[in-house]
Design a protein around this ligand. Structure first.
Ligand SMILES: [Zn+2]
Length: 381
């Protein structure tokens, strides 16, 4: 299939024309997702394109047009505040649809990438546009000088203190649900002071679990759902436990396949333990496999790893705890978010010294400072 957009006026220069005609095969619902990624200073636009579709994309100056055929979406438009994108509209025409993005930056080969991702396990085919760069003429990645430059968007971090309500988590020298909440509230204070918007999955001793038939999996889903793509990072906060009282130290996880049976057992415990934990962990393992086969999934994992490294290194610097490093495992709560997501195990409730330290406000404050510093560095703040 070959489509051409006529150039509407003389004098307009076609800077780039992508004529990618791809036959898609999938079925799902239509959706546009647009998110600013501070970790790389770019805006990613994802247009879900289920069904058999062809598309043609044209960029000219500060306008990107993607024509999808066939298409029967309802007319929608929106303003966005990212350094790269100003507004978007999705309009149905006779049998086809047009997505138009108004950008703040001139679209060129250096700052604009467009690609299609094939359908993968439950995800439809997606057309992805990544737009980077700043609108000021002089490239100034660290110190924007132009007064006309758009404001940096307000960044949002989701903090998830693990457990709560009927689920205390690990109980030894400290109770996990209490320690996790206290540290999360301290992190919130520090992030808010730096201008970050913070959303908490809970701010008290409660959870979805046990309310209205919501089980552990449902509880974890509700938390994970807060990691929507309009947010910038998802951080789940936990305390570790082990049968061996000598086990101690801090570890930070991103989502992925466990490297060994011990880590897998830890994921099963955090996923609810018992048969629930086994079922959720097995499902999460399937998600980990399909994410590995998905370009966006792999990209998000690299950002999650960067966030995990930042948090781990800063928590170790603040607490001088034993450094157990950054790992990956099938934690359900970080399997779903399509934004950089990590799970921090702040120390072992079962260690006679670390467990006692975890009970003190001063030590929790140091952990919180480490998590906040790592997060702010990741966000470029
Ligand atoms: Zn936990």
């Amino acid at each position: 299939m070959n489509q051409r957009q006529p150039i509407p006026q003389l004098g307009l220069v076609l800077i780039a024309l992508f004529a990618l005609s791809i036959l898609f095969a999938s079925a799902n619902s239509d959706a546009l997702r647009l998110a600013y990624h501070p970790e790389g200073d770019f805006t990613r636009v994802i247009l879900a394109a289920p069904g058999n579709r062809t598309y043609t994309a044209t960029s000219r100056g500060k306008t990107l047009t993607i024509r999808l055929e066939p298409f029967n979406a309802v007319r929608q438009r929106g303003l966005v505040n990212t350094p790269q994108v100003e507004s978007w509209s999705l309009e149905p025409k006779n049998g086809y649809g047009v997505l138009t993005l108004q950008t703040r930056v001139q679209l060129g080969a250096r700052n604009f990438k467009l690609f299609a991702l094939p359908a993968a396990d439950g995800l439809p085919t997606r057309i992805v546009a990544d737009i980077s760069g700043s609108s000021s003429a002089a490239p100034s990645p660290s110190k924007p000088a132009s007064t006309r430059a758009p404001q940096k968007p307000r960044l949002t971090v989701v903090l998830d203190p693990g457990h709560g309500g009927i689920d205390p988590g690990g109980v030894a020298y400290v109770t996990e649900k209490e320690t996790a909440l206290d540290v999360a509230l301290k992190v919130r204070k520090l992030l808010e002071a730096a201008g970050v918007t913070v959303k908490m999955t809970r701010t008290g001793d409660y959870a979805w679990q046990g309310v209205g038939g919501c089980d552990k999996g449902c509880d974890l889903d509700k938390r994970a759902d807060m990691g929507s793509t309009d947010r910038n990072a998802f951080i789940s906060i936990h305390v570790n436990a082990a049968a061996n009282p000598n086990a101690q130290g801090v570890m930070t996880f991103l989502f992925g396949k466990s490297p060994d049976p011990e880590t897998l057992a830890q994921a099963e415990r955090e996923n609810g333990g018992g048969s629930t934990g086994k079922v959720l962990t097995a499902q999460a393992s399937g998600i980990a496999r399909s994410l590995l086969n998905d370009q966006l999934g792999r990209l998000n994992a690299t950002f999650s790893r960067r966030l995990a490294n930042g948090i781990q290194n800063n928590v170790i610097a603040q607490t001088k705890a034993v450094n157990q490093g950054v790992k990956q495992a099938e934690f359900w709560v970080i399997s779903k978010p399509r934004i950089p997501s990590v799970l921090v195990e702040m120390g072992f409730a079962t260690h006679p010294e670390e467990g006692v330290r975890l009970g003190t406000s001063a030590y929790r404050q140091r952990i919180a400072a480490g998590i906040a510093r790592g997060t702010l560095a990741f966000l470029g703040l």
